[in-house]
Design a protein around this ligand. Structure first.
Ligand SMILES: [Zn+2]
Length: 357
């Protein structure tokens, strides 16, 4: 068996004292192997930097392949990372996705190789409701990450205050926010093989029908009533709330499985009876600024996109059943888990039988 092209997997290697080799750069996924023969260390490094074609002898290439098999069998190297499949991505514009293939092979080594992961994302649709800086930037990031169809719903008009590095630009001022954000997303989409860049599908469908996930971007408080339709239609949805000194990413609601937005409001009301009255005002249009600071919106677009992509890829992102609370301006993220509220009824809670008498 030929050695996989380690130079295309992006797995970093570092020589350590005692002819040991560090595989990976993070304590979360890295390990140190050895001691190895000096020739084996050289063979692996050659493979990592230059690929299998650089091996000076057939015996050297075979030895490197055998070593990789040993390292994989021992668990030191994840087979998934070696199967990033960058070499199978189509040449040309599709190859722009190679860093994503390498990164997700490290994030999710048990998942599909890069080309299959990209194909899976191409089949999926995400709707984003609210196209300020965060929503428009998120739409662009998802499109660039391979999501096949990104629908953006926002009937407002693009203003100067909506412009951002990831989202809409000066030329979009005065255009519909939703369609302008979709246009930006289409420009950066990973083109399907044989299709030109910027020709990704986008659309103006109402959020919900056909969507694999809907992202609701709100200001100051989540409009849980707006999410009830998605709950009824069994559409997973992710709440994002930009507040004045923090932002909430989550919960990602899987209808019937995890706490919904109404559950959160009921929990908040238990702790603060004045919450419903405040909620009505905070989620209304007169609650103050709805503008989003540049760095905050950029951070949120990336953080939300990681949750969405993990969900689409079949993983369990941390925002599922939880809120990621991003403190501003620190950027520190705290996780708060939420359980279904017993009075909501959105999740069948276990039946507790109390003996009569
Ligand atoms: Zn609920």
């Amino acid at each position: 068996m030929a050695a996989p092209d380690l130079s295309l997997t992006g797995v970093p290697l570092a020589v350590r004292p005692g002819r040991r080799l560090q595989v990976g750069s993070s304590p979360r996924s890295g390990s140190v192997v050895g001691p190895l023969d000096a020739e084996d260390v050289t063979a692996l490094l050659t493979l990592a930097v230059h690929g299998p074609a650089a091996s000076s002898t057939a015996a050297g290439a075979r030895r490197a392949a055998a070593l990789l098999r040993e390292l994989t069998a021992s668990g030191a190297v994840s087979p998934g990372r070696l199967a990033a499949g960058v070499g199978r991505l189509s040449p040309g514009p599709t190859s722009r996705w190679a860093p994503d293939a390498v990164a997700w092979a490290a994030f999710d080594p048990g998942g599909p190789p890069g080309p299959e992961r990209l194909a899976g994302r191409r089949r999926q649709q995400v709707a984003v409701v609210g196209a300020g800086r965060t929503g428009a930037g998120l739409a662009a990031v998802l499109s660039a990450a391979g999501v096949g169809r990104v629908v953006v719903e926002d009937p407002g008009l693009v203003e100067e205050a909506d412009l951002s590095p990831l989202g809409t630009r000066a030329e979009h001022v005065g255009a519909r926010r939703g369609s302008a954000a979709e246009a930006v997303a289409a420009e950066v989409a990973v083109p399907a093989p044989g299709r030109r860049a910027g020709a990704a599908r986008s659309g103006t469908d109402a959020a919900g029908p056909g969507a694999d996930l809907v992202v609701l971007v709100d200001h100051h408080a989540a409009r849980s009533a707006a999410a009830q339709r998605l709950l009824a239609e069994d559409v997973p949805h992710l709440s994002v709330v930009v507040r004045d000194t923090d932002a909430l990413v989550g919960p990602l609601v899987v209808p019937g499985r995890t706490a919904c937005l109404r559950c959160l409001d009921l929990h908040r009301t238990d702790a603060d009876p004045g919450w419903p009255l405040a909620l009505d005002q905070l989620s209304g249009t007169g609650a103050g600024t709805r503008q989003e600071e540049t760095a905050t919106a950029t951070l949120l677009a990336g953080l939300v996109a990681l949750q969405v992509l993990a969900h689409l890829d079949g993983l369990t992102p941390p925002a599922r059943g939880a809120t990621l609370e991003v403190l501003l301006p620190e950027g520190v993220v705290q996780v708060r888990r939420w359980v279904p509220h017993p009075e909501c009824g959105c999740v069948d809670l276990p039946l507790v039988v109390v003996p009569a008498g």
